[in-house]
Design a binder for this molecule. Structure first.
Ligand SMILES: O[C@@H]1[C@@H](O)[C@H](O[C@@H]2CO[C@@H](O[C@@H]3CO[C@@H](O)[C@H](O)[C@H]3O)[C@H](O)[C@H]2O)OC[C@H]1O
Length: 396
């Protein structure tokens, strides 16, 4: 049996160039988009390797706080505001020179009980909602490229979700929320954000109705955020997504993919990872095809911190980086749709390396393993370097 480390050292001089090409954000901007970004969350920021990659502006020109600007985090009791965690993410974006997508002001979920179970009248809930929006948007004034003003107002059939806001205020809560946010920060882009609106159907039509409603009230709405929490193999086709994006932008608003991830039933397989790459590619390509699709945000970049396993039982591996912060095939799929190229895929070098539990296989060698996964280095210090597919190898 020949160990990879030996071969890798011997091949170091003949390997293709292993330097990275332009990353995701750089490639997106080169093609006229404003950003490629990632969600993040406060507990993860103590993980130094994670933070280093999150702060790599070649890949990420934008970040979104996954939890720390939600109502329960910021106004846990009425008129008491807690900005500490939200500020950490906002400050990180500023330090890195990344855009901040702010998330979210009015949502039925992650509400403190004083809101969700409060004893309200139409007037008192409007006042509480306006007070929340005004305080939060004023605090972050000038720091948010965009705000998700209202999140997930719709049922799957396009009717309004029976949230506390709809129950006591009716559909007017939407334009009231947008008008209040606009008054507090006239320069922030104001978005309606939802899931399952990424292809034509009742819910997408409902979101288009919301755009018209807000405009009819004379309030400002700048964009629609399509969350895009997808499933491998069931992701809408590129053309279905392209058609759907146009149905929004014809209304005079921008669009953005705001929470893209593509989950699978575990365990992952090479076939699933390959399909996932195609699915990511199709979604990013749909955005690229619409000049009013301003950017794409993935809902965290690594499987290590994805929300998926704790939310969808038995599912996971939804992100473009794996748990070891190693790029998966999805990364190459995204990059291809952005018009970028990965220099690691250009030259085929065939080598012999140990694979899995033993045995010797001859595989195409596009990458190398390091002590904690892909590094572009020359050794697999901690285990066996396993060829995964045409894009990368792993140290197992
Ligand atoms: O225990 C909670 C934990 O459940 C919570 O998880 C977060 C739930 O929201 C996730 O983001 C949403 C995902 O999809 C869309 O519906 C929304 O727009 C997003 O906000 C987030 O990623 C999870 O971390 O976190 C706080 C814990 O106290």
């Amino acid at each position: 049996m020949v160990h990879f480390s030996t071969i890798a050292l011997a091949l170091a001089s003949v390997l293709p160039q292993l330097t990275q090409g332009a990353g995701l954000h750089t490639s997106a901007v080169a093609k006229g988009k404003l950003y490629f970004g990632s969600a993040t969350d406060n507990p993860e920021l103590t993980d130094a390797p994670y933070l280093t990659q999150l702060s790599n502006t070649d890949d990420f020109g934008q970040i979104t706080p996954g939890n720390s600007q939600k109502w329960d985090a910021i106004e846990p009791s009425q008129n008491t505001f807690s900005y500490t965690n939200g500020d950490v993410v906002a400050d990180l974006a500023a330090k890195n020179g990344q855009k901040l997508r702010c998330h979210t002001l009015v949502w039925h979920s992650q509400l403190p009980s004083w809101v969700s179970s409060g004893s309200w009248t139409n007037a008192t809930l409007i006042a509480a909602m306006k007070n929340h929006i005004t305080n939060v948007v004023t605090h972050y004034k000038g720091k948010c490229y965009a705000w998700d003003v209202v999140n997930e107002a719709l049922n799957e059939d396009g009717t309004y979700r029976d949230s506390v806001f709809y129950k006591y205020i009716g559909e007017a809560y939407l334009p009231i929320a947008f008008a209040t946010a606009a008054a507090a920060d006239p320069d922030a882009k104001l978005y309606y954000n939802d899931y399952n609106i990424e292809s034509a159907g009742s819910k997408s039509s409902g979101a288009q109705r919301i755009v018209k409603l807000v405009k009819q009230y004379g309030a400002k709405i700048d964009g629609v955020g399509l969350q895009a929490h997808f499933i491998v193999g069931s992701t809408p086709s590129q053309s279905a997504q392209t058609t759907n994006l146009a149905a929004f932008t014809v209304l005079g608003v921008d669009v953005a993919y705001t929470e893209l991830d593509i989950r699978m039933t575990l365990p992952s397989t090479t076939a699933l990872l390959t399909q996932q790459s195609t699915d990511y590619k199709n979604t990013v390509a749909a955005c690229m095809a619409n000049t009013k699709c301003v950017g794409i945000t993935i809902w965290d970049y690594t499987d290590k911190y994805s929300w998926v396993p704790s939310t969808f039982s038995g599912q996971g591996d939804a992100c473009p980086w794996d748990k070891n912060l190693v790029k998966k095939p999805a990364y190459a799929g995204i990059l291809a749709a952005l018009g970028g190229t990965s220099s690691t895929t250009t030259t085929l070098v065939t080598s012999t390396t140990t694979a899995g539990s033993g045995g010797t296989t001859s595989v195409p060698l596009y990458g190398q393993c390091g002590g904690s996964g892909w590094t572009g280095g020359t050794t697999c210090a901690s285990g066996t370097c396993k060829h995964i597919n045409d894009w990368y190898s792993q140290c197992l």
